[in-house]
Write a protein that binds this ligand. Structure first.
Ligand SMILES: Nc1ncnc2c1ncn2[C@@H]1O[C@H](COP(=O)(O)OP(=O)(O)OP(=O)(O)O)[C@@H](O)[C@H]1O
Ligand SMILES: [Mg+2]
Length: 622
């Protein structure tokens, strides 16, 4: 029997039981018929027995009100084992709950509407709602087997509980997702699960991958057969600067400033002015950089050029043209660029560096657009530095295309090419859209999408370890937040402010196990504690780094042994004679010392012995 004890309010109550232990986050029904059998969630649990007395000097978990409440309804608090839980009502009541009311576990049908807004066929199945193991037993078949779980000790195990199905179709009203959590809390794992679900629904998406961890062709080991799935046709991986480039002619002066700022940090005001002044619409990299370098040259030799310009009749035609060009540049730009060739040279050096890195290619975003039309996920990978430079260009271009397409349709104009809605996902989001005055090239367009993207069907998924460093406007626009383990108090403060998680939930944040998150969403209007499901795929470097190390070397050692074994015995004083042969067989170049070392290792392993013969020392097979 479970029963309400102690003082109650219209929002909170305590429930006690002699026999039944409570699980955190489970939903219970209070048999307070006058108030229509309200539902409540367990937000704190505790168990007491005579060895851990309820009321002692050491513990003040439970206040006097609850204790006298327990006595009133007949508990012998000095002698019995008592399970207690704090309940928080799902919906606030008009008057406090009736003390003494009985409490029971709901039928699945009674909480279905609360827990499952969408069926897995229409939503993204991200995991299992905590505290739902008991009620899940009578769940319909389409909710079963859709979210197997994983933990390191037991491997993959079957789904226990009601699946958490994210209603992504409501993102047009409540757009954007934030994924927060400290190092190792499960953000990357959770992002992978989310991306898999996005691919399963074939929603076009682009993800920036600074960690080179997002490919989906390696299956997670140990999955049940019914859960396995291939994503090979659902995603493409593009390298920034190889498969995607920035078409220089699409840039404006402002854009060049942003790019150079992103790539080389500081840009002086003089440089900024010069960059914008010299830039012309539709400039190619060549036309722009030539203009810059000519102008620098003209500034260096200003006196000469003016003089020669006065005596043009003495010049040959080539020289004439040259002097005329430089003279015109001087006249047009000298005042606008401040007159220092050095400023222009600094700009040129920075631009040249980007050019050398392959940033400006005609590849543009063609491959991304092609993939979008196939409803694929596009993984763009590169260093953080590179991605920052590209994100700005790629995101802006895709967003513009989508907007133009929507606007044309709205205004009834003919459209040549479809451009689908899409989702932009990134880890380390605080680098792309940092808080405050910190500049980042993509910040402007990302903020615009945060505010207006939903009108056009463009949505953000922002993952970060440091929500406190993410731009405020964007944070405020993330209607759904998945919050993993968070330890830093500044980050917890932001989370408390920006979500509707309860004080009890906030106090659990530092202790959440990896892979468990509070998902707080304006779509459902509540927070669910969710154990994220096992992913169907795994990152190529999911392995423990030390196991990986051993395996990599074991393979290498095996190859060397295969190469050495057939040519034993080996003359210890003439190792050089064997190097070519062994290198060829081992598939890589070995030096003298390396071979000597390998032979010693093999001696230690007992595969080879070193012996002295009348002809000198040699290694032979053991
Ligand atoms: N849903 C999950 N189920 C089971 N194990 C998980 C889950 N999520 C994470 N883990 C475990 O926790 C480890 C760390 O998770 P993950 O790599 O996602 O952390 P992270 O938050 O991305 O950390 P970082 O910020 O350092 O990148 C995983 O390698 C995995 O072993
Ligand atoms: Mg990670």
């Amino acid at each position: 029997m479970m029963q309400i004890v102690g003082q109650t309010t219209q929002l909170e109550a305590w429930v006690a039981s002699r026999t039944r232990k409570f699980s955190i986050n489970e939903i219970l029904i209070i048999e307070d018929r006058e108030q229509g059998q309200p539902k409540a969630e367990v937000v704190e649990t505790m168990t007491f027995n005579r060895y851990i007395p309820l009321a002692s000097e050491q513990n003040n978990f439970v206040d006097e009100g609850v204790l006298s409440g327990l006595r009133q309804v007949g508990y012998d608090i000095e002698d019995e084992e008592i399970n207690l839980a704090k309940l928080r009502l799902i919906e606030e009541l008009a008057i406090p709950i009736r003390v003494g009311a009985l409490v029971r576990v709901p039928l699945f049908s009674e909480v279905e509407a609360l827990l499952v807004r969408r069926r897995p066929a229409q939503g993204l199945t991200l995991g299992v709602i905590q505290g739902t193991a008991e009620i899940a037993q009578e769940m319909p078949a389409d909710l079963q087997g859709v979210a197997p779980l994983f933990d390191k000790e037991n491997g993959v195990r079957e789904q226990v509980g009601v699946p958490f199905v994210f209603d992504y179709r409501s993102m047009d009203q409540y757009p954007h997702i934030g994924i927060f959590g400290g190092s190792g809390s499960g953000k990357s794992f959770g992002t992978r699960v989310l991306l898999e679900e996005i691919m399963m629904k074939q929603v076009p998406a682009v993800v920036f991958d600074p960690h080179f961890e997002l490919t989906f062709d390696q299956e997670f080991p140990g999955l049940p057969d019914s859960f396995r799935q291939s994503f090979k046709k659902r995603f493409v991986v593009l390298d920034a600067g190889v498969d995607i480039g920035i078409e220089f002619s699409e840039l404006q002066g402002d854009d060049i400033v942003s790019l150079l700022r992103a790539s080389s940090g500081s840009i002086t005001d003089a440089m900024e002015t010069a960059i914008k002044a010299v830039h012309k619409n539709r400039d190619s990299y060549l036309s722009y950089s030539t203009r810059l370098s000519n102008l620098a040259e003209a500034l260096d030799n200003e006196a000469d050029i003016r003089k020669q310009h006065g005596e043009m009749e003495y010049l040959n035609p080539d020289e004439k043209e040259r002097v005329q060009t430089l003279y015109t540049l001087l006249k047009t730009y000298k005042d606008k660029v401040g007159g220092f060739a050095g400023t222009l040279r600094s700009v040129m050096r920075r631009m040249h560096r980007l050019e050398m890195e392959g940033v400006f290619t005609s590849a543009g975003t063609k491959k991304v657009e092609e993939a979008f039309l196939k409803r694929q996920l596009v993984v763009i990978r590169g260093s953080m530095y590179f991605l920052n430079v590209f994100a700005f260009y790629v995101v802006r271009k895709l967003y513009r295309k989508r907007r133009e397409y929507r606007d044309s349709i709205q205004k009834g104009r003919p459209v040549e090419e479809k451009f689908p809605p899409f989702i932009i996902i990134t880890d380390e989001a605080h680098n792309f859209a940092p808080k405050g005055d910190v500049p980042a090239p993509a910040k402007g367009v990302l903020k615009e999408i945060a505010q207006e993207g939903r009108k056009y069907g463009v949505f953000l998924v922002f993952a970060t370890q440091r929500p406190a460093l993410l731009d405020d406007t964007i944070t405020a626009q993330l209607s759904t937040k998945m919050v993993f383990r968070t330890v830093r108090s500044v980050d917890i403060a932001v989370i408390k402010e920006e979500t509707d998680i309860t004080p009890e939930e906030a106090s659990r944040l530092p202790y959440l196990p990896s892979g468990t998150a509070f998902i707080s969403s304006a779509i459902t209007g509540r927070t669910n504690a969710v154990r994220i499901r096992v992913s169907k795929t795994t990152s190529p470097h999911f392995k423990n780094p030390f196991e990986e190390l051993e395996e990599a070397f074991a393979e290498q050692d095996a190859k060397i042994w295969e190469a050495i074994e057939p040519i034993l015995p080996i003359d210890a004083f003439n190792l050089n004679a064997y190097l070519t042969d062994i290198s060829r067989k081992a598939g890589r170049t070995l030096g003298h010392d390396e071979l000597a070392h390998a032979l010693e290792e093999l001696c230690e392993q007992g595969k080879v012995v070193q012996e002295n013969t009348p002809f000198g020392s040699r290694y032979r097979k053991a």
